[in-house]
Design a protein around this ligand. Structure first.
Ligand SMILES: [Zn+2]
Length: 392
């Protein structure tokens, strides 16, 4: 039955005693059975694509990979860390998938950082790199600017390779007492940005989130299901700045600290590649990673391919790999990497961006962008190697 007849049937069933036209004309042998699952809710709907298109299996990346964005450890508060993934299991996946190095961004600081460095970076030279994180809990203290710069220098002496800034800055971190959000470009962080620049530690900075997270969770929201699964990801209303205000505050930081290299995570603002291009053009110290955003890049494949070609020296591979099964677009394992490789290396059409029965970030599918070997080599590893001081 075509769509028009289905609509006619529905309208007839709803509005009139008169049998709809399609039913009147249907031959007696027609299947008049009602569709199954008529009370289906949107969450239960799992449509299967009927396209007959090539499916390329890419078990290993063509060039050695540096996954610049992973969460092998997480902080527990008070400077401690917890291992969320077993390094031995990581190494097994890495060997199968041609991953040379995993960068563990959330290494915390203090004793926790030292533990992460010992068990990852020191135990497995070249296979893991560990970044440190600011001590946010002290941000309202007098003397914080110098304290934070000193702490970064201490982390560098301990072996930390870079600084990770979560979206905490801009969306969660508040002034003690007053409860006011602390701006990304607040001057108290200037000594920290300068210190990491002098130490050649790149900053991996996550700012803002998908634009739909700033909108009401209503029927027009393209991430309605994702926001229902993770209501705390909504930044609609209250005193939250807009996506553009957050982005512009980060630009102020990049402008003020030209010696410091910034990797803007999640393609900086993956839904607006024209804006990201404008930012890259005006800030030579800006780079981006692609973690957890192939769902965005892959649904605008022609713009994405041009973006990769133009900024091929400033894009690094990352997945946001974690142990969390509730976010399939970043659950660490073979399947995750195979989707990234398929996206970057092939021109396959209309495939899932995450290993999940329902696309978890929004109900669409993606297209491969078939990068040239030269661009693949840079994006997979060469660009990140330069940033973190590994020999390519
Ligand atoms: Zn992350």
């Amino acid at each position: 039955m075509n769509r028009r007849n289905w609509l006619a049937l529905s309208a007839g069933a709803l509005f009139g005693p008169k049998p709809p036209l399609a039913a009147q004309q249907a031959p007696s042998s027609a299947n008049t059975q009602a569709p199954q699952d008529s009370g289906l809710s949107v969450e239960q709907y799992q449509p299967k694509s009927m396209l007959h298109t090539p499916e390329t299996h890419v078990p290993r990346a063509r060039f050695p990979v540096i996954d610049f964005h992973t969460h092998i450890t997480g902080t527990t508060g008070g400077g401690g860390i917890r291992f969320r993934m077993d390094p031995a299991n990581c190494l097994a996946v890495m060997d199968r998938k041609n991953i040379r190095t995993m960068v563990n961004l959330t290494g915390g600081n203090g004793d926790g950082l030292r533990e992460a460095i010992a068990k990852l970076q020191t135990a497995h030279p070249g296979r893991f790199m560990v970044f440190t994180e600011p001590a946010w809990s002290h941000a309202s203290d007098a003397g914080y600017p110098k304290y934070q710069a000193d702490q970064v220098e201490d982390a560098h002496r301990a072996g930390a390779k870079g600084l990770k800034v979560l979206k905490t800055l801009g969306l969660f971190l508040r002034e003690k007492g007053a409860g006011k959000l602390i701006a990304i470009d607040d001057r108290r962080f200037d000594p920290m940005w300068e210190a990491v620049g002098a130490l050649k530690m790149p900053v991996a900075i996550h700012t803002s989130d998908p634009e739909a997270f700033f909108l009401p969770i209503d029927r027009f929201n393209e991430r309605w299901e994702e926001l229902h699964a993770h209501p705390s990801w909504s930044f609609h209303g209250k005193d939250f700045p807009s996506n553009r205000q957050l982005q512009e505050a980060r630009r102020n930081v990049m402008r003020r600290h030209p010696r410091t290299q910034f990797v803007c995570l999640h393609v900086a603002d993956s839904e607006d590649l024209a804006y990201v291009s404008e930012c890259l053009d005006s800030h030579p110290n800006m780079h981006v990673d692609i973690a957890a955003r192939i769902g965005e890049l892959g649904r605008q494949p022609r713009a994405a391919r041009k973006f990769f070609d133009k900024y091929q020296d400033r894009i690094v591979f990352g997945t946001d790999a974690s142990a969390d099964a509730s976010t399939p677009q970043q659950t660490f394992g073979d399947a995750l990497y195979e989707i990234y490789y398929r996206f970057l290396e092939t021109e396959d059409e209309y495939f899932d961006y995450a290993p999940a029965p329902v696309p978890p970030q929004g109900r669409w599918r993606i297209y491969g962008i078939g990068l040239s070997e030269q661009v693949q080599r840079k994006v997979y590893g060469a660009n990140a190697a330069r940033l973190i001081g590994l020999t390519a």
